[in-house]
Design a protein around this ligand. Sequence first.
Ligand SMILES: C[S@@+](CC[C@H](N)C(=O)[O-])C[C@H]1O[C@@H](n2cnc3c(N)ncnc32)[C@H](O)[C@@H]1O
Length: 547
Amino acid sequence: MVVDPFCGRGTTPLEAYLLGRNAIGSDLNPLAVRLSRGKLNAPKDIDGMVNVMKRVQELEDKFTLKKTQYSKEAKRIRRRSEKSPSVGVVFGKNVLEQLLFLQNELISSETKNPVDPFLISIILHSMHGSSDSYFSVPMPNTFSMSPKYIKEYVKNEGLKYPSRNVFAILREKAAIALYSAEEIEDTFAEIYEHNAEQFDSIGFEKSAKLLFSSPPYLKVIKYGQYNWIRLWFLGEDYKKVDEDLSDDLALEDYLDFMENVISSSRKVLDHNGLACWVIGDVEKGANKINLAEKVWERISGSGDWELHCVDEAPLGIIVDEIAPSKKVTRIWNSGGHEIWRKSKDNATEQFIIHVETQSEADLKVKELGETEYFSVPKGTSGQATPLDRILMIKPVGSKVFDIRLDASYEESDISDTSPNQNLFVLIPYLKWLMGQTTSKYKRYIRRIPKLDIVNVIFDQLNLKITEDDKSTSSTVKASILRKLWQEINNCNDSVLPKTKHKILEDILSKLDVKFSKKTDISGSSAITKMGVFKILVGIEKQKEVSD
Ligand SMILES: C[S@@+](CC[C@H](N)C(=O)[O-])C[C@H]1O[C@@H](n2cnc3c(N)ncnc32)[C@H](O)[C@@H]1O
């Protein structure tokens, strides 16, 4: 079974399902839940498609009978929108009356027709966009602009409200969505509306082999406000949606939140399961925050999890390779400026639109009126960067996959029959840490957070600084490793073994570094210690340790 506690528009459960896995998705945003449910309930064969077409026909016939009633309501909404812009500025009268009817049939009165979730998701998808397969006046498909802005935009651009046959669009899009029934085995897929902090309360104890999920990042996206038009169709208050979601947390609260989420997910994950958390870096002003690393730092102390190290990610955090231009962040950032309308009563309905650059933002504000509008760089609330990391963790002792060594990680002078392969995987990273990267490894290395490397090196070598090693920060550990490297490099071969011994003893006592009991070499000779450290820095063969 594959699970995703932040399933959004349902990518993880859908892909898992298409691959013949059981899939569970969950999200606290009612829009995300409806979109995901729609995808998983798409017709899987011709019979299913016939049922969808019959249902669309049934709805269209009913609408024809009740048109006058909805026409009046649509007129009222459009009239009211002239003074106080709302959904009436988004759609022409003929579209609005069809949407009001469908809203009443599909949302308000919970019909039990099994094809309705699929139809609802097509309607949500088609709400706004710029071609004639969308219902609105031309506007972006990905996020909703503010009603006041739309009103002025329509006026300034001299736009006409398009007339659409919503039912015809539903038929067309439903037909495109038909996918082959043969690809899907006998599996189940379920979507829940649920807070990820209590993900375990949906049940399925210890049943997921894979968790694949991308949580919200700090204050990057307002899922409610940016989708107020679609949420209107669902009869939801977008402000309430934003209040409920965890999309406005500052760093410490975010880490608390993720700690709860990950601890809850532990109960759903099989003992030999794997959890992949896709967490993007965030820019806050001039600072770049590596959130994946922060989350790992926060949860590693629990002792419940270990990093899942594989060839591509020897340190458990992998950087995804998708080009920035193909990522959703390009929509949210697009240069990184937001235009806002000043508001006396601090109403939240202020956000207007994203623009590319500072100069574009200045121009837009001038155009709209500087007394009423202003621009802010997105960095003020935390801006998503195109860099996503996948933090791969598993319950301690999980046998999800064996750790294997990719040949490309081996130094030529190191035996590939090493009993401690993990150590050798670390060598290029250590060299990098010491500023001695060989070009061979650069490709892998630049993707790994330095502090992770330090922690893993300490773990792998059972090095301890104090009895309570966990309280020592990675930065302190990094400086210890650097100091060791320096001192060892200073010890050239002409230095007598005795002097070397003395130097090492001095360093170790000054730095208060201890080996843990498992590999206690405190009584061993300076030569052995030196051997360990040379191995540590990748300049000697593993053989020296056993000697
Ligand atoms: C980065 S998106 C996930 C995108 C998803 N992977 C997709 O393919 O569409 C994060 C999701 O977390 C949801 N969310 C925010 N706070 C939540 C919470 N406390 N519990 C559950 N879901 C939450 C948002 O509604 C949003 O859909």
